[in-house]
Design a protein. Structure first.
Lengths: 442, 320, 281
């Protein structure tokens, strides 16, 4: 054997050995691929307070025990919001989504339309039979083709968080109309330290919510109730957009940097006492409850001011969905049912410190809510609130419009590229129309 | 140095070849025949990894781009329809421009800064080790966190930068770093450069450290200036490393969406929209996987041309 | 020695020191900001004045981090995964890089270019088919699965970079070894690797930090706390539109320390190895 041959053989042997050794675990694992061991898979999104998270975990295991499951048969995975979309997408593509997960707004209809969710109409009906029932406004998000595919767990109005101490200081009342609102802001603000209106204008969901909420007060909307006719390029919308333009450019009650904010931008602005009014769900309020009770005392929660066409308030809905690729659907439905038993449900709601607003109307009568005068408007806001897709419901098309930020792009055309509002609305209308048309074909 | 393992060049005069070299030459010529087999054996593990973990998903991504495929639903073959829709959109061309500017400026700045710092860190200095470690910090932090941190530093109302400038008196007004169409791209590039320079610094430094001091000392005795030493000793030795580093970094920069996603989300008004971000919003925001794949692949031709051009010289056999 | 050169050297040294200072400040201020934030009370974090030094430093964020999250488990998992990924990538990378740098064979250019092409499709698109594969092979929620996924990213990069470094090693040294009776692999181990110590350290180092800091695959491929890494744990502090900056920055700061410490140690080892090599060669 010559030295050269030895070299080659040695090299081959080494390579194969290294290859086998390092991929060894893979070979071992291949053999063990079989039926899934877990009977109940729950993906938990953080519930805002550690206490709520803890309670939810306990409830999952309590239910599992009562259903005769061993702890090892339950998979409880905490998933952060950042990356939830990727995780769920990958899981669906691979054919193993979780059994139960919390879904936002139009996601329920999106997955229902694809046939991924279990019909839970009976669970919702059971909730409606409770004394006083539930806020029916929460049902627009979870209904698809007349059946419910999600169980609404929280109805969240988007009140105006207002610095009542500043209003008192300037001897002003909370403004009733948008015109008054602008005047009030100009009186109480002192830029650059304090701005009147922390309106979110970045390329994020909060902007769509803030902008549409204002446009509705001027009679505008995105799509008609038939979920087909897009009406973005209406004169009412143009009137509303002009108001936003005035707020930003001429009256300067909105910080210029709001164009670059993310969803936490308006939270930050309010929490750092640099904005007097922001429109946001009560995540700010709940945060203040935990970490800044001084500011919490100076904060009031109000409905949105009225435009020429009145006041329209925004709500968004979170719902539990049960995925069909589940060999044990009764367990999934059982878990959701367990969560929604009023006693269990109330525990979690109260532990979020005001972040979640109960979907059961009766719970608003409890001392927890009665002792918070800030929430006195909430019942009517939850009753009459509409989703961001108004006048349509949160369909997959509406979800795509929200997720691809078509309306923030429209407002940035006006505020950054200096387009005339009708021109920007025309482009936005065209794009939204494309989205709706494409989703109809499917 | 350019001879390769060619004894014919080492010993041009056949008659004067000593026996050990003759034996070596025989061994070497055998080796050359089996060179290929040895090479494949050595490459086998790496190739397995690449084929198994990258090639298959790569091919499926290409196939995906030819389909109308929403997340969670089966796909429908549509040929080049996705690409047609993409090229019709005016945002596409702005995205191409933005991506080219973002990548070119980012990589150039990283190269210059990286090389400068590598040369400086190669000088003898006390605590050099500590300095090298400190300059590595941007890479030691996850990209998500670094981007969030910078997002806050650039924040208009409560950001460190504005606060600092106003306190020190350099400006009176708030500067909207990430919301001003003139500043946004610059700020994003600044963060990219901040995070990516250590890669250049460290790879160049490693190359510099392998150059024996004797070469410089010899050149100095011969009277060469510092600049001449740099041009004639350092640069030739580092040329391959320059190319490999720039090549890898260019692709990483051009396909990284994290910074844009966290800092500006493509705004204001599409000023910082780049390909990877557009692909992400399409694939996961609009949940159109097919279209998202098409967006991602639409930028490939440019990158592929760049790779081929840059690596042509580097991979030619007679290179030193 | 000619005076002009040493004069120039001195000038360059002072310029170098100046630039180094500027660069250190620019590099470290954000990191300092991160650390300072982790020591501030929530109210101060959101205060208008971006205070450089916390007024009332508090360890509350760190307490919350350790009490409410299984942070040490995350550290353990990150370590296992990062170290394994690095070790395997180095081995595969060295072997492959040597082949590409020194040997002649058909397909050499194609394979070399192919290494770079693997990065054209970024993880943000690859993760879905990759997850489907992992799922089919029951590798979800395992260390091995994540390590394998990371290899797809680190092996091409290790191979590619090391190829560049190996080509910079002077050929005569290898030729001398071969003439002396060494096998090709022997030449690799005895000549090329020692001369490439700085390169090996850098490449190992980058692989380690990439695996340590990676988010997307770690998020998608892992559900259970037993396998979760630090980066996915970090993002749990972002709850919709509320950022719990204190604990998040605290965790990020702690998470950055191991790579930095390892780097410092590696640097010493590399310098020692090089000086030894210089004496021998």
């Amino acid at each position: 054997m010559t030295k050269a041959n030895m070299t080659r053989r040695q090299a081959l042997k080494t390579a194969v050995a290294v290859g086998l050794a390092t991929t060894g675990p893979w070979w071992l694992v291949r053999g063990s691929h079989g039926a899934r061991a877990k009977k109940l898979v729950f993906w938990q999104l953080p519930n805002f307070t550690p206490l709520a998270d803890q309670l939810q975990k306990e409830q999952v295991y309590e239910f599992a025990k009562s259903a005769g499951l061993k702890e090892s048969e339950v998979e409880y995975a905490t998933v952060s919001n950042e990356g939830f979309a990727e995780k769920l997408a990958a899981a669906l593509e691979a054919g193993n989504p979780p059994d139960v997960a919390r879904l936002y707004e139009s996601n329920v209809q999106f997955y229902a339309a694809q046939g991924h969710l279990l019909d839970v109409t009976d669970l919702v009906d059971k909730m409606r039979r409770e004394p006083k029932g539930i806020f029916d406004s929460s049902l627009t998000a979870v209904r698809y083709s007349g059946r419910a595919y999600g169980v609404p767990l929280a109805v969240n109005p988007w009140p105006v968080h207002a610095r009542v101490d500043l209003l008192e200081q300037h001897k002003l009342d909370y403004p009733k109309t948008w015109d008054e609102f602008i005047e009030t802001c100009m009186k109480i603000q002192s830029p650059p330290r304090l701005f009147g209106f922390g309106m979110c204008l970045g390329l994020v969901e909060d902007t769509t919510d803030n902008v549409m909420n204002l446009l509705w007060c001027y009679g505008g909307k995105m799509v008609e109730a038939d979920n087909k006719t897009v009406v973005m390029n209406s004169p009412e919308n143009a009137a509303g957009v002009k108001v936003i333009e005035a707020m930003f450019r001429t009256r300067k009650i909105i910080p210029q940097g709001a164009i670059g904010w993310d969803n936490s931008g308006n939270n930050k602005a309010y929490q750092s006492r640099q904005a007097a009014f922001v429109m946001n769900p009560t995540s700010i309020y709940a945060y203040l409850n935990q970490s800044d009770q001084d500011l919490q005392k100076r904060t009031g929660l109000f409905p949105v001011p009225a435009g020429p066409k009145g006041t329209v308030n925004l709500i968004d809905t979170w719902a539990f969905g049960a995925f069909k690729q589940n060999p044990y659907p009764e367990l999934a439905r059982g878990l959701i049912s367990y969560f929604m038993q009023p006693a269990n449900y109330d525990k979690i709601i109260q532990s979020t410190g005001g972040r979640w607003v109960p979907v059961y109307k009766r719970l608003f009568d409890s001392p927890f809510w009665k002792s918070k005068p800030e929430f006195k408007h909430f019942v009517s806001m939850a009753e009459t609130g509409v989703p961001v897709s108004y006048a349509g419901s949160p369909t997959p098309a509406a979800g795509e419009v929200l997720n691809t930020h078509l309306i923030p792009k429209m407002i940035q055309r006006v505020l950054v590229d200096n387009w005339e509002p009708p021109r920007a609305l025309e482009e936005c209308h065209r794009r939204i129309d494309e989205v709706y048309a494409r989703n109809r074909k499917v | 140095m350019t001879s390769g393992l060619d004894p014919a060049v080492l010993y041009p005069d056949e008659r004067a070849v000593p026996t050990p070299v003759l034996r070596a030459r025989r061994r070497l010529s055998l080796t050359r025949r089996h060179e290929a087999r040895l090479a494949y054996a050595l490459l086998l593990p790496a190739l397995l990894v690449i084929l198994g973990l990258v090639a298959y998903p790569f091919v499926s991504a290409v196939y995906l781009s030819l389909q109308n495929k929403p997340v969670g639903a089966p796909g429908r073959f549509v040929g080049l329809a996705n690409y047609a829709e993409l090229f019709r959109d005016e945002v596409f061309f702005q995205t191409v421009r933005n991506t080219i500017v973002y990548t070119a400026v980012g990589v150039s700045l990283k190269f210059v800064l990286g090389l400068t710092m590598a040369l400086i860190l190669d000088q003898e200095r006390r605590f050099n080790n500590v300095f090298r470690m400190l300059l590595f910090v941007p890479w030691a932090v996850p990209v998500v966190i670094a981007a969030l941190n910078w997002r806050w530093i650039f924040d208009d109302l409560s950001g460190f930068l504005n606060n600092f400038l106003i306190t020190v008196g350099l400006t009176r007004d708030i500067i909207s770093w990430l919301a001003d169409p003139r500043l946004a791209m610059g700020c994003v590039i600044a963060v990219v450069v901040w995070q990516g320079t250590p890669f250049y610094t460290m790879t160049f430094l490693a190359g510099l450290q392998a150059i024996p001091r004797e070469l410089y000392e010899a050149a100095e005795i011969d009277g060469a200036s510092v600049v001449r030493q740099f041009v004639h000793i350092t640069v030739p030795r580092l040329r391959t490393i320059f190319l490999t580093t720039v090549m890898l970094s260019t692709i990483w920069t051009a396909t990284n969406l994290q910074f844009v996603l966290i800092l500006t989300r493509g705004g204001p008004a599409n000023r910082t929209e780049i390909f990877p971000h557009l692909a992400y919003v399409t694939a996961l925001g609009a949940r159109r996987l097919g279209m998202g794949a098409a967006v991602s692949l639409a930028f490939f031709p440019l990158l592929v041309i760049l790779i081929i051009l840059l690596t042509r010289r580097m991979l030619s056999q007679t290179d030193d | 020695m000619p005076r002009t050169t040493s004069g120039t050297r001195l000038l360059f040294r002072w310029i170098g020191n100046g630039l180094l200072l500027v660069m250190l400040v620019w590099t470290l201020v954000p990191f300092y900001w991160m650390m300072a934030t982790s020591l501030k009370a929530d109210q101060e974090i959101y205060g208008f004045e971006a205070t450089l030094v916390p007024h009332h430093p508090t360890l509350a964020a760190y307490v919350r981090l350790f009490q409410q999250t299984p942070f040490m488990k995350y550290v353990r998992n990150s370590t296992i995964i990062a170290v394994s990924t690095t070790a395997v990538s180095l081995v595969f990378g060295c072997l492959g890089a040597y082949a590409l740098a020194r040997l002649r064979f058909r397909g050499r250019r194609l394979i070399a270019r192919g290494l770079v092409f693997t990065y054209l499709v970024p993880p943000s698109l690859l993760f879905i088919p990759l997850f489907a594969m992992m799922s089919a092979l029951s590798l979800v929620d395992t260390h091995q699965g994540l390590i394998l996924a990371y290899l797809g990213f680190t092996v091409p990069f290790c191979t590619w970079l090391l190829m560049g470094y190996f080509r910079s090693v002077p050929l005569e040294l290898e030729e001398a070894a071969l003439v002396d009776g060494c096998t090709r692999l022997g030449a690799l181990i005895r000549v090329v690797l020692p001369m490439s110590l700085p390169a090996l350290a850098v490449v190992a180092f980058f692989s380690f930090t990439q695996a340590w800091n990676e988010f997307l695959y770690a998020n998608v491929f892992v559900n259970s706390v037993e396998v979760r890494t630090i980066t996915t744990g970090l993002t749990l502090f972002i709850v919709e539109d509320v950022f719990f900056w204190g604990p998040m920055m605290g965790a990020a700061f702690l998470s950055a320390l191991p790579p930095l410490v390892v780097y410092l140690v590696f640097q010493r080892w590399v310098v020692k190895g090089l000086t030894l090599g210089a004496v021998k060669g």
